[in-house]
Design a protein around this ligand. Structure first.
Ligand SMILES: Cc1ncc(C[n+]2csc(CCOP(=O)(O)OP(=O)(O)O)c2C)c(N)n1
Length: 336
C-alpha cells in the first residue's frame, strides 16, 4: 500500500478482536456464496448468479473501514459487499429466492441487492453504472456539509466505460468525497485484462493519474491492508481534499458466472491461485486459528447459512399486482 502523500496516518490498525470479527465475516460470505451456488445448481434460484469467491477481503476490509453513514454501490457480483455493509444473510438469501422478506423486497435478485438503511444504495447489473450514482451522492454530501463518503465498487472491465471516466473527472474537478474501489481481478467475463485494457493490471493507477487523482495500491488478499488503505482514503476524501482511487489487486477463483465452463482459462492455474492466495486462509494463519477452532467456527457459520435457506424458503412471494410498485414513483413525490 502506498500512503497518500502528505496525509497523516489515521487509525488504520485493527485490534485483534475486530480482526477476528472480520475473519468470521469473510467465512460467512464464503459459505453463503458456496450455498447459493449449490442451490442455484439445484434449480431453486431464479436469474443469474455471480460469486466473488476469493475477493472477500476487499468487501470486508473496505466496509469495516467506513462509518455507518457512508454509502456504497455494488455490481453484478454483489453478495459480499451487501453482507459486509451489514445486511443480514437471511435478507440476502430471501432475495435470492425472490421473497418479500429479501433486502430488495424480492424484486431484485442477486444482481440488484440494496439496503438503503445500511448505506447500500444498490447493486447494478449495468457495468459501471454505480459510479455516477456515487459521485451524485458525494455531491449531495458536499452541498449539505455532511462528513460522509460514497464508495463505488467496480471491476477492471468497468474502467473502460464512459460512466467510469465521467465520474472520475467530475469527482476530481469538484473534489467530491468519493473513494473509488477498483476490484482488480484481471478479468472481464472471459476477457483477460491484456485484451481489454491498454494498461497492465498493476499500472491501473494511471487511470487515476489521468485525472490528477490520489491513488493507493492495495493487496486485496490482505484484509488488514485493505482496511488501512480505506481508512486513509476516507480521511483524505472526507477532509475536502478530493477523491481517492484504490487499485485493489485481487483474484477471481471461480468462473464469471455460476455454470461458466471457463474454457478460456487454465484450470490448474486457477486452482493453484485458490490454494496460494486465499484471503481467509491467510488471515487464519495470521491469527493462529487452530484446526479445531476453525472447524468449530465453520460448523457454527454453516448452521447460520443453512438457517438462512430455511428462512428464505419460508418467505412470502411478492403479489403479482405489486409488480410495478417500485418501477414508478408512488405519488409521494410532488411534481412541479
Ligand atoms: C454496460 C454493460 N456492458 C456489458 C455488460 C455485460 N457484462 C456483465 S459483467 C461484465 C464484465 C465485467 O467485468 P468487471 O467490471 O471487471 O467485473 P468483474 O466481473 O471482474 O467483477 C460484462 C462485460 C453489462 N452488464 N453492462
Amino acid at each position: 500500500m502506498t500512503q497518500v502523500e502528505g496525509e497523516p496516518r489515521v487509525d488504520a490498525v485493527l485490534p485483534e478482536e475486530r480482526l477476528r470479527g472480520l475473519f468470521r465475516e469473510m467465512l460467512v460470505i464464503r459459505r453463503f456464496e458456496e450455498k447459493v451456488e449449490e442451490r442455484f445448481r439445484a434449480g431453486e434460484l431464479p436469474g443469474f448468479l455471480h460469486v466473488a469467491i476469493g475477493q472477500e477481503a476487499v468487501a470486508c476490509g473496505v466496509c469495516a473501514a467506513l462509518e455507518p453513514d457512508d454509502v456504497i454501490s455494488s455490481t453484478h457480483r454483489a453478495h459480499a459487499h451487501t453482507i459486509a455493509k451489514g445486511t443480514h444473510i437471511n435478507a440476502v438469501m430471501a432475495e435470492m429466492y425472490g421473497k418479500k422478506e429479501g433486502c430488495s423486497g424480492g424484486y431484485g435478485g442477486s444482481m440488484h441487492l440494496y439496503d438503503v438503511a445500511r448505506g447500500n444504495m444498490g447493486a447494478n447489473a449495468v457495468v459501471g453504472a454505480g459510479l455516477p450514482m456515487m459521485a451524485g451522492a458525494a455531491l449531495a454530501f458536499t452541498l449539505k456539509g455532511e462528513p460522509r463518503v460514497a464508495v463505488p465498487f467496480f471491476g477492471d472491465g468497468a474502467t473502460n466505460t464512459g460512466a467510469f471516466h465521467e465520474s472520475m473527472n467530475l469527482a476530481q474537478l469538484w473534489k467530491l468525497p468519493v473513494v473509488f474501489v477498483l476490484e482488480n481481478n484481471g478479468w472481464a467475463e472471459s476477457t483477460p485484462a491484456s485484451q481489454q485494457l491498454p494498461l497492465a493490471v498493476e499500472d491501473m493507477h494511471h487511470r487515476a493519474l489521468a485525472y490528477g487523482m490520489h491513488h493507493l495500491e492495495v493487496d486485496g488478499q490482505d484484509v488488514e491492508a485493505v482496511f488501512a488503505a480505506t481508512r486513509e482514503a476516507r480521511a483524505h476524501a472526507v477532509s475536502g481534499k478530493g477523491p481517492v482511487f484504490m487499485n485493489v489487486r485481487t483474484f477471481r477463483f471461480t468462473g464469471h458466472y455460476v455454470g461458466d465452463p471457463q474454457v478460456y482459462r487454465d484450470k490448474a492455474e486457477a486452482r493453484e491461485l485458490a490454494e496460494t492466495h486465499d484471503p481467509i486462509e491467510r488471515l487464519r494463519v495470521r491469527l493462529g486459528v487452530s484446526d479445531e477452532d476453525f472447524e468449530r467456527l465453520d460448523a457454527e457459520v454453516q448452521a447460520e447459512v443453512d438457517a438462512s435457506v430455511d428462512f428464505a424458503k419460508a418467505g412470502t412471494d411478492p403479489a403479482p399486482e405489486d409488480a410495478l410498485r417500485w418501477v414508478y414513483a408512488d405519488g409521494t413525490m410532488e411534481r412541479s
